[in-house]
Design a protein around this ligand. Sequence first.
Ligand code: SF4
Length: 271
Amino acid sequence: MTDFIRFIGVNKDTTTAGPGKRLEFFTKGCIRGVVSPCFGCFNESTWTFEGLSRNLTVDEVVQICNRDAWNRQVTFCGGEPILQAKALVKVAQQLKEIDPDFHFVMYTAYKLDTLMKYGLHFTWVRKKHGDAMHQHLIDYASEAQPLEYDSNYNPSKVKFTLLTPEDITEIMKHIDMIVDGDYQQDKRLTNDQYMHDGWFIGSANQRVIFGPETVKSGTLKYIAADEYNKQRANKAHCKCCGKMVDDTQNFCRNACKARYEERKLLKRTLK
Ligand code: SF4
């Protein structure tokens, strides 16, 4: 299933999922939600593969993002997008080939340092998790990663390797920012505290990890999500890509200005 993405919907021009106005792409499916949900999860409808959703090919997701992300800013959230990250990385690679200005954010409830060290595994136990979860795991698991059975070849308990540490490195090469850590309602970053374009909705325990910089340096490069929001508060941002600019500027470069003007003209024409 690496070439399919279980999809539930998009939000356009959202200002709460990373720098600037972003196309927020929601994936469906979250093992954690089914097994042991984050405290205060606000996206229960995304946990299982059942219900309103459809499978999209990598090419279809590329088309959606290329059409709807006018300023090239895309956030993958869910659900738990990292479960389908192999396909999402293909999307990111193809889009960056189309336009190197594409910038990607991905949310994950897992801690990146642990994923980098061990990858992502899940042991399915029939009695505990039921057959539907087994099927979901088969869907997530890549053909290239054979399922491991226990020593007695006991089919009521199966170990799935969803992502290896090498897969995690690949994700970080192509996803510019990864927001890691489970959502904790009691640490929620509130709207009134940070209401400005391009902050991260989530909780104060989460971190913003800079993927390519981490791969390049070999050490985790990150900033606490709370700190990221504080840094951006009361600062001017590029009206197109959301990068911080000095107070006298509206855009970080001419290309962003041109993209913004083009979008404005298009909106006026469509009215
Ligand atoms: S907050 Fe996200 S990762 Fe956590 S249980 Fe809900 S959908 Fe899953």
